[in-house]
Design a binder for this molecule. Structure first.
Ligand code: SF4
Ligand code: SF4
Length: 168
């Protein structure tokens, strides 16, 4: 059950399910299932408009006064909504803070960081390598940004043994 913390309505739904299981009215989902979450992304739940898709720099949340109606990522604030599982009703971006990914990877996302890198790259307004490097340097904590809650399940992590073997 993802979330840091999980939303109260999701906790209630899970407890209801457990009660029904105890009463013999329902069955638990298969072992390993994600419960108390949605099956799309935080972006799908977010009401902010997405229509710019061009940024010249990444910004810290306290460094600008964001437009309250526009997607935070499209204002340069690195929001993890595109890769994060839904279920919180986009609580953070609706309140003006970027999603940091506490609900974990959305369904179909095999590597959370890779999906985010792809999403972030799609909004960069630059073609020259030097300019792209300058914009990416504005991401102050890439490891935390892309793998804060999911490194253990990432392809990056899975590749470490093979990588170490190659280096040996
Ligand atoms: S990137 Fe963030 S702010 Fe933009 S639509 Fe997705 S969740 Fe909302
Ligand atoms: S918006 Fe992101 S960080 Fe905030 S509660 Fe939802 S999943 Fe967690």
């Amino acid at each position: 059950m993802p979330g840091c913390p999980p939303e109260s309505n999701q906790i209630a739904a899970v407890i209801d399910l457990v009660i029904q299981v105890v009463q013999g009215k329902a069955e638990l989902p298969p072992k390993g299932s994600v419960i108390g979450a949605g099956d799309s992304t935080v972006c799908d739940e977010c009401k902010r408009a997405r229509n710019v898709k061009k940024i010249k720099s990444f910004e810290r949340i306290w460094g600008i006064v964001p437009d309250p109606a526009l997607c935070l990522l499209e204002q340069g604030i690195p929001c993890n909504g595109p890769a994060t599982r839904s279920g919180c009703n986009a609580r953070c971006p609706i309140a003006g803070a970027q999603c940091i990914g506490c609900y974990g990877p959305a369904a179909g996302v095999s590597d959370y960081g890779a999906r985010l890198i792809s999403s972030f790259a799609s909004v960069l307004d630059a073609n020259e390598p030097e300019e792209i490097d300058r914009i990416l340097d504005g991401l102050v904590d890439p490891a935390g940004q892309f793998y804060r809650f999911n490194l253990a399940g990432s392809l990056l992590r899975a590749g470490v043994p093979a990588w170490k073997k190659e280096k040996a």
